[in-house]
Design a protein around this ligand. Structure first.
Ligand code: SF4
Length: 237
């Protein structure tokens, strides 16, 4: 069978699941992050910083644990860069404890905050320049790997950096897009086949996550999956 085109897969997923409203951010007077379909990357500077913090905290844990940590930070009035700059590491560790690996994550966050301060202090301004150079710069920071760097670029700054995660790798392998693709290969595969558009990248990645949670689990639930007709793995079952 022919391989399904990434754009065709995207359209099927969007039709089935609808817009996902990523990345969840805390509204101005709220205390918890919320998904807002249709917001299309329009964020305040505070929300951009929250996305960066969430992208670091979500490493090796589920989003529910990150939400708790973000709510604690908000509850304690830690919202702006200046608030983070004034935090002692022990207090930060306590506030983000629910996200796991909190000692390492506190160090990563503090380094990120220091770097952001050196680069002018505003996520929106810093992340608006040359994309490949920014990506290299982010990857040079302690504890920032490709998934975190691209999540920050795409979801905090609305830049066209496609995010690959374990879900995307699993779905792509089952669809036949790659066998054991690594991050960069998978990213290149998709980037070559869909328009370079941050809104599209945003929604597409979010839809892959929705599919992985609802159907394309470790043990896939192929009956009822919107990709069953076009999926190699689904066909073979
Ligand atoms: S048909 Fe099965 S293997 Fe293919 S994408 Fe759907 S759940 Fe995953």
């Amino acid at each position: 069978m022919n391989l399904p085109a990434p754009l065709a897969v995207y359209r099927r997923l969007l039709k089935t699941f609808g817009p996902q409203g990523w990345w969840p951010v805390t509204p101005p007077r709220g205390v918890r992050p919320r998904y807002v379909p249709g917001s299309d990357g329009r964020l305040s500077e505070r929300q951009r910083l929250e996305v960066c913090v969430g992208a670091i905290l979500t490493q090796n844990t589920n989003w529910g644990n990150v939400e708790k940590a973000l709510s604690r930070l908000h509850g304690d009035g830690i919202r702006d860069l200046r608030d983070f700059q004034g935090l002692r590491r022990a207090r930060l560790e306590g506030l983000i404890r629910s996200s796991g690996y909190y000692r390492q994550k506190a160090i990563k966050l503090m380094e990120f905050v220091r770097h952001l301060s050196r680069r002018g202090g505003r996520v929106g301004d810093w992340l608006g320049s040359d994309l490949p150079a920014l990506r290299s710069e982010l990857l040079g920071l302690h504890g920032i790997g490709p998934e975190t760097a691209d999540s920050i670029l795409l979801y905090a700054a609305h830049r066209p950096a496609f995010v690959i995660d374990a879900y995307t790798l699993r779905i792509g392998a089952r669809l036949g897009w790659w066998r054991r693709a690594d991050y960069e290969r998978a990213q290149t595969y998709i980037a070559r086949r869909v328009p370079r558009d941050a809104s599209l990248y945003n929604e597409m990645h979010a839809l892959f996550v929705a599919l992985a949670k609802k159907h394309c689990r470790k043990l896939p639930l192929c009956p009822g999956c919107p990709l069953k007709e076009v999926c190699r793995h689904g066909h073979s079952r």
